[in-house]
Design a protein around this ligand. Sequence first.
Ligand SMILES: Cc1cc2nc3c(=O)[nH]c(=O)nc-3n(C[C@H](O)[C@H](O)[C@H](O)COP(=O)(O)O)c2cc1C
Length: 209
Amino acid sequence: MTSRLLHISASPRGAASESLSIAHSFLETFEETHPDVDVEAFDLWDGTLPAFGPDAAAAKMAVFAGVEPQNDAARAWAAAQATFRRFDAADRYLFSVPMWNHGVPYILKQFIDVVSQPGMVFGFDAATGYQPLLHGKKAAVVYTSAVYGPDHRPGFGTDFQQPYFDDWLRWAGIVDIEEIIFRPNLVTDDADCARQSAHAAARDIAKRF
Ligand SMILES: Cc1cc2nc3c(=O)[nH]c(=O)nc-3n(C[C@H](O)[C@H](O)[C@H](O)COP(=O)(O)O)c2cc1C
């Protein structure tokens, strides 16, 4: 099977985006060093990600109960399946993940809610709980924030971005994870230096990814 890297981007800020810019440094080096790997992009803001509302939630609960979804629920389920197939067709992932209000942008949570389905991302056993269904995949994740930083006082916010997303990857079975972090420190004003380090880390990780 041809190896495929899918870049899933959760920033809507285009040319102004720090996480996209760092991801592009990664991709530039990755494409130079891995000419045999297909690279594709999934911009979560491009309108192709389906909603996950009443019909999809009804379909999910039906499937969980072993019942075939019908009508509108069946259509919503088919859209979720198609998005999962697009995701599952890759064996390597690059995620661009800005911090929004201490967590991840809602479009990324929407993506997680669309693809995290029984029989796709996870299995379930009443005795032992969830079982991850994705195997042999790896992920590189670019995390950015502009206020929160690990060395700041509590007034600068709490990190529900990295722990949440990292836990989702592991829950799905993606345990080979590389992280590239850009959290410039407002107090010491080290943005240029931190940005350069993040781009350098992205290029280094890309070479051996
Ligand atoms: C809607 C929104 C919410 C944000 N919330 C936070 C936050 O809670 N904490 C923080 O440190 N930065 C926050 N930021 C700043 C971004 O995390 C920061 O600018 C980051 O670099 C954005 O990534 P991007 O440049 O790839 O879009 C927020 C930005 C936006 C647009």
